[in-house]
Design a protein around this ligand. Structure first.
Ligand code: SF4
Length: 170
């Protein structure tokens, strides 16, 4: 039994921690094979973390998994993706303990909790280690733009990046 509504949980957990969030239909999340190619060819984080390719789920698995969810949310946080990992996984835990037993956080960027990642199981921080959207084959640009969230290619260090996390809920 769920004791609190989703909005109550999100407001209590996220206020002051993210810029904004929006509930979305998980079937609107865009998954594409090219995202995996960009991880494998051109990213220096490839194979450097248990949450990145080739360890993370392939796009075809991500697509199937998304079909198993009826609700989702996007969290928006400009600045630092590391902090967003903890915010998203704390929310996942709160949702789970509130009865939303399928809650799953999919944050941004490679896992930075160990330096370097030992690339061996068991993972040292399973409570926080989750694959990022891009590591699962999600086209973050196309997905968040549908909801008018800002996102552009970061062309220099003076550009402020926008980071996003996906929360799957049921
Ligand atoms: S928590 Fe540590 S061991 Fe686990 S994926 Fe992250 S860096 Fe690797």
């Amino acid at each position: 039994m769920k004791e609190k509504t989703l909005t109550e949980i999100f407001e209590a957990t996220l206020t002051g921690k993210v810029k904004s969030y929006q509930f979305i239909n998980p079937q609107a999340v865009v998954v594409a094979e090219w995202v995996r190619f960009k991880c494998q060819f051109g990213c220096d984080g490839y194979a450097q973390s248990l949450t990145c390719p080739p360890y993370s789920p392939e796009p075809s698995r991500t697509k199937k998994m998304l079909e198993e969810y009826g609700r989702a949310a996007i969290l928006w946080k400009p600045g630092n993706y590391g902090n967003l990992r903890k915010i998203a996984t704390d929310l996942e835990r709160t949702l789970f303990l509130s009865g939303y037993y399928k809650a799953l956080a999919i944050p941004s960027g490679p896992c930075e909790l160990c330096n370097p990642c030992p690339l061996e199981y068991p993972c040292s921080h399973p409570e926080y280690a989750r694959p990022s959207m891009e590591a699962c084959g999600i086209d973050v640009y196309s997905t968040v733009r549908q909801y008018s969230f800002p996102i552009e290619v970061v062309r220099s260090r003076s550009c402020q990046p926008n980071y996003y996390a996906l929360i799957l809920i049921e």
